[in-house]
Write a protein that binds this ligand. Structure first.
Ligand code: ATP
Ligand code: MG
Length: 360
C-alpha cells in the first residue's frame, strides 16, 4: 500500500499543499516549527480518523480559518481516496472514495500506517495508558471486531462508573449494576483475548529485531499483563461492587491492563539503560509493521517523525534495512549523512513556513 498524493488546505500552518509521493522513501526536511509534523499528522488523521497529537480537532484548523481539509489518494492494487473535513462549528466529515462515512472507526483498514515519533522512545517508561493506547491503535487497524468491542467496552465502563457515583447518593439504584457488569465482562473478555494474541505475536517479532540490533546479545520479550484473568473477570467484578461504589470507579478490567518489556528476563522499565529502553521501543515499532503485514497482507506506510537523529548508526541502519520495501515518509531538520545515502533514490521536499516544495 502506498500514498501517491496528499493535499492540504488550512491545516495548521499549511495553508495549501499538493504533494505527490513516491512508493519508496520520501524525505521532508526543514527548520523547526515549519510544518513537518503537521504534514504527518494529516496523514495520521486519514488513517485513524484522529490526530496522534490532540483530541481536539479544532486545534488543527488554521488560526484564521473555519475549516481544514485533507485529501489523500492511495494505491493498493486499486485506487482509493480519503477526504477529511474538520470544521470549527460542526462535526468532522470523512469520506472514502467520495462516500461519506458515519463513524471515524469505519476508516480503519483503508490506510494502514505506523507512526514513530520521539515520544515513542518513552513507551516503556510512560504510564500504562500509553502502552494500552499503543496496543489499541494497532489492534483497531487490523481488526474491526476489536475496534467495535473496544468502543462498546469504553461506553459501558463510562456508564457503569456514572452509576457507581449515583449509587453513592441513592442506594436503591444498586440492583441495576448487574446489567452493566454482564456487558462489561462480555466485551472485556473479547478485548483480553485479542490483546493476548496480539502481544504474543508482537513479542516474537520484536525479539527478532532486538537480536538483529544487538548481535544476538539481548533477548527481548513483551508480556501482556491483564488486570484480571478472563475466567475470573465476572466473579471479580461482582465481588468488588462495594469497593467500586466507595471509589466511584471500576477496579478491574482491560482499562487497567499493561504490557511489560523484558530484556534477558529483566524488566526494562526498572533495570534497562536508556539505550535499551529506546531500542526495545524501536523493536516494538518494527514488530508492529510485521504484525500488520501478517494480519492484513498489506504493507503499511511508515511515518518517521524526526526519530533518525535520535538513533545511533547501528539502529539507523536496522531501521533503514527494514523499510526498504515499504513506503516511508521521513521528517528531519537537515540532510544528514544517513539521509544523503538515500537521497539518490528518495523524493526530497523542503518544508518552510508552511509551504512544501520539491527539492530534487
Ligand atoms: N491551528 C494552527 N494554525 C496555524 N499554525 C499552527 C496551528 N497549530 C500549530 N501551528 C504552528 O505550526 C508550526 C509548525 O508545527 P510542526 O509541529 O509541524 O513543526 P515541525 O516542522 O515539525 O518542527 P520541529 O522540527 O520543531 O518538530 C508551529 O510553529 C505552530 O505554531
Ligand atoms: Mg516536528
Amino acid at each position: 500500500m502506498y500514498i501517491n498524493y496528499v493535499s492540504l488546505l488550512d491545516f495548521r500552518n499549511i495553508m495549501s499543499a499538493d504533494v505527490n509521493l513516491k512508493n519508496g522513501i520520501n524525505i521532508f526536511y526543514g527548520p523547526n516549527a515549519n510544518g513537518k509534523t503537521n504534514f504527518l499528522e494529516a496523514i495520521c488523521i486519514c488513517s485513524t480518523g484522529r490526530s496522534h497529537r490532540t483530541k481536539n480537532d479544532f486545534e488543527i484548523i488554521n488560526f484564521n480559518k473555519d475549516e481544514s481539509h485533507v485529501r489523500v489518494l492511495i494505491n493498493d492494487n486499486t485506487s482509493k481516496s480519503i477526504d477529511v473535513h474538520i470544521k470549527r462549528k460542526a462535526k468532522k466529515g470523512i469520506a472514502i472514495n467520495n462516500i461519506p462515512i458515519k463513524k471515524s472507526s469505519e476508516l480503519f483498514g483503508t490506510l494502514y500506517t505506523v507512526m514513530f515519533s520521539p515520544e515513542d522512545f518513552r513507551l516503556i517508561k510512560d504510564a500504562p495508558y500509553q502502552r494500552r493506547r499503543f496496543i489499541d491503535i494497532e489492534l483497531c487497524q487490523i481488526s474491526k471486531v476489536y475496534c467495535y468491542n473496544l468502543q462498546q467496552y469504553m461506553k459501558v465502563l463510562k456508564q457503569r462508573n456514572e452509576l457507581l457515583k449515583n449509587i453513592q447518593k441513592n442506594t436503591n439504584l444498586k440492583d441495576t449494576i448487574f446489567v452493566w457488569n454482564k456487558q462489561l465482562v462480555d466485551y472485556g473478555i473479547n478485548l483480553i483475548k485479542f490483546r493476548k494474541e496480539f502481544v504474543n505475536s508482537l513479542s516474537n517479532k520484536a525479539a527478532f529485531w532486538q537480536k538483529q540490533i544487538t548481535s544476538d546479545a539481548e533477548e527481548l520479550s513483551i508480556v501482556y499483563c491483564p488486570s484480571v484473568d478472563e475466567n475470573d473477570f465476572y466473579y471479580k467484578i461482582n465481588s468488588n461492587i462495594e469497593k467500586d461504589i466507595i471509589f466511584g470507579n471500576t477496579s478491574f478490567g482491560p482499562h487497567r491492563d499493561d504490557i511489560i518489556f523484558y530484556i534477558n528476563n529483566k524488566d526494562v522499565k526498572i533495570y534497562g539503560s536508556q539505550g535499551q529502553q529506546r531500542t526495545a521501543a524501536l523493536c516494538a515499532k518494527l514488530a508492529e509493521i510485521d504484525v500488520i503485514k501478517e494480519n492484513t497482507g498489506v504493507k503499511p506506510v511508515l511515518l518517521l517523525d524526526d526519530v533518525m537523529s535520535e538513533l545511533d548508526k547501528k539502529r539507523q541502519n536496522a531501521l533503514m534495512n527494514c523499510i526498504n520495501e515499504i513506503q516511508t515518509i521521513i521528517t528531519c531538520t537537515g540532510i544528514e549523512d544517513y539521509i544523503k545515502y538515500y537521497t539518490e533514490s528518495a523524493e526530497v521536499f523542503y518544508v518552510s513556513e508552511g509551504t512544501i516544495n520539491k527539492a530534487n
